[in-house]
Ligand binder design. Structure first.
Ligand code: FE2
Length: 136
């Protein structure tokens, strides 16, 4: 069973960002099932590296839109993204040190954080972008 499922209630009404959010959910689900089913460390490590990399790509994309459209909440939003990246780094460290149980708990925390971030802070920029006519 997937940990997170994207549906229209998550939409920020910018296609590129919606697709990226869907891919982040896919990667989280992939990581969760790889860990829960006891896949090898190598497989889990690869999926984790993919999630870290894609999160950075996504946050950069969001940040660039915010800067381009002069979003006034950019700095506050960046603080949240930096926090998430630091948690991902913790996750990586736990994984590297073999603390798998801690890692699964942290993965659920990350997933919950992302869900509430999209529904709160991302929805806030979404309203701003819609006023500016951005849809791509
Ligand atoms: Fe965000």
């Amino acid at each position: 069973m997937p940990l997170v499922t994207w549906d229209e209630t998550y939409s920020v009404h910018v296609d590129t960002l919606d697709r990226q959010h869907q891919k982040l959910f896919d990667l989280i689900n992939e990581l969760h099932s790889a860990m829960a089913s006891g896949r090898g460390r190598e497989v889990v490590g690869e999926v984790l590296a993919g999630l870290v990399e894609y999160t950075r790509v996504h946050f950069t994309t969001e940040g660039n839109y915010m800067l381009k459209y002069g979003y006034p909440g950019y700095n506050d939003h960046k603080v949240q993204h930096d926090y998430f990246i630091s948690k991902l780094d913790n996750f990586r460290q736990d994984f590297t040190q073999g603390k798998l149980n801690v890692s699964i708990k942290l993965l659920i925390f990350l997933s919950d954080w992302l869900v509430s971030h999209i529904k709160g802070s991302d929805k806030a920029y979404s309203r701003y972008f819609q006023e500016k006519g951005l849809h791509v």
